[in-house]
Design a protein around this ligand. Structure first.
Ligand SMILES: [Zn+2]
Length: 467
């Protein structure tokens, strides 16, 4: 079936230019469905009919076209497709060799990765270390060769070991302009930048109409927090960036960070699931192997996460430190909420133990444990993500005229956030993927992994690179 996929693309005015390859579509109507629109007032629409035409939500509670394919929504719940605001997608590459000095040594099947997102209702992702290969992946989805989420791309700039490096302000500015020219929409700043270069990158990004997400460089450790909270540093990629800046893990400190974030318009991706996972991995590798999504992880990554796990075997002291950080991250969520700083759900999917698609449901649960309401947690993975990406006129809520990126749930997630994983079907850009198709997609991945696991050994690959 042909279907349209729209990507994120910024034009010179910083409006999202939505490219569409609109072709044949089936018209669908979901009947008798409880709609959780996730608009700001979020008034539940009970027993509604929704018409989906040409990848757009055509109407809510209006007439149903005669040719519409009917989906029975009785006793089910409809929410907007979820957005993971911090991912690292597997894309064909050569480990540790930076593009483009060598061609890819390993080719990944894009569908096998994207199926994990779709099966989990993740219909948009923010790639925070974008390379040319990710533009290629996005094109595969746009062409309709792969069923996958919308992908926003941030180019990463660091002082070393990155595809784009800068050690002085002039090079930093140039890196931003190159990223813009290569059509990345966002800039990610990273840990080893010096203070002047970090600030120059952020300033140049503002001039180029590119928003900035990222880490807080290590050089700021020990300096007052007002030095790194600056306007146009728009989004912190993990709460850990803040816990690394201090050893005062108090609510007062969390409040100070939150107030500065508020003043500077800096939003936060708490990324609580990452630290929880690190603690579990430090204690036992079985904690990874028994994850429900583990069998769907590419065998090379399964091998890497088990044979070269960088957290496993950490000392008791280190685990205790991780636990203190994890506790402080929950205080940060409380303080940011109290100061009305928006927080976005993001998981760091792709790093060891964090499985694409599956991880977002873990993150939502942890955000609720940390003090968000179920509705606030859902907003962090829908409307607010769309707002930060400046595509809120097209996605993030269920309203007429928006993209048909939707999840049909068996139970109400406003009653229990873990109901987000009770998925009965997903609309991705107007294409209906029912539970049977989801199961078939996952089975494909599992079968391929099972049949090919002997061919992927992380340590062997490392040895072959040395020769
Ligand atoms: Zn990351």
């Amino acid at each position: 079936m042909l279907f349209a996929v729209i990507s994120f693309n910024l034009n010179a005015q910083n409006n999202l230019n939505l490219e569409t390859k609109n072709q044949e579509h089936t018209t669908y109507a979901i009947k008798n469905i409880n709609v959780i629109p996730m608009t700001e007032n979020n008034r539940l629409i009970e027993n509604a009919s929704i018409v989906i035409q040409n990848n757009i939500i055509q109407s809510i509670n209006d007439s149903i076209p005669a040719n519409a394919k009917i989906i029975n929504g009785k006793d089910k719940w409809l929410i907007p497709g979820l957005i993971d605001m911090h991912v690292h997608n597997l894309a064909s590459s050569t480990p540790f060799v930076l593009y483009p000095t060598k061609g890819p040594l390993i080719n990944f099947d894009t569908q096998d990765l994207m199926s994990l997102y779709i099966a989990n209702g993740v219909t948009s992702v923010f790639e925070l270390s974008a390379r040319p290969e990710h533009i290629g992946q996005r094109n595969e989805i746009k062409r309709g060769d792969v069923i996958g989420p919308r992908i926003a791309l941030a180019a990463l700039i660091d002082a070393e070991n990155a595809n784009m490096t800068a050690t002085n302000p002039a090079d930093g500015r140039q890196a931003v302009r190159i990223a813009k020219g290569e059509q990345y929409e966002f800039i990610k700043v990273y840990s080893k930048l010096n203070e002047e270069t970090f600030k120059a990158i952020i300033d140049e990004a503002q001039q180029q109409n590119m928003k900035v997400v990222g880490h807080i460089p290590g050089v700021f450790e020990g300096q007052p927090a007002k030095d790194f909270f600056i306007p146009h540093f728009g989004l912190i990629a993990h709460a850990e960036e803040l816990s690394k800046q201090t050893n005062e893990y108090t609510y007062e400190k969390a409040q100070e960070f939150a107030r500065l974030a508020k003043e500077n318009g800096t939003w936060l991706i708490p990324n609580l699931s990452n630290m929880e996972s690190i603690i579990k991995q430090a204690q036992s590798l079985e904690n990874i192997q028994k994850l429900p999504g583990f069998k769907y992880v590419h065998p090379l990554m399964q091998s890497k996460w088990i044979t070269s796990n960088s957290h496993y075997g950490a000392s008791d002291e280190l685990i205790e430190y991780f636990q203190k950080q994890a506790d402080f991250h929950k205080l940060l969520v409380k303080a940011f909420k109290e100061n009305e700083v928006p927080m976005l759900a993001g998981t760091d999917a792709g790093i060891s133990g964090i499985i694409w698609g599956f991880s977002l449901h873990d993150e939502l649960k942890l955000l609720v444990e940390a003090g968000l309401t179920n509705e606030e947690a859902l907003a962090s993975a829908t409307r607010l993500g769309a707002e930060w990406l400046e595509i809120e006129d097209k996605m993030g809520t269920i309203e007429t005229g928006k993209f048909a990126d939707l999840i049909l749930l068996d139970e109400n997630p406003l009653e229990n956030i873990s109901n987000t994983s009770k998925i009965s079907g997903v609309f991705v850009d107007g294409q209906w993927i029912d539970k049977n198709k989801i199961d078939a997609m996952l089975t494909d991945v599992e079968k391929w992994n099972e049949a090919n696991k002997e061919s992927f050994d992380w340590k062997e690959l490392l040895n072959s690179l040395k020769n």
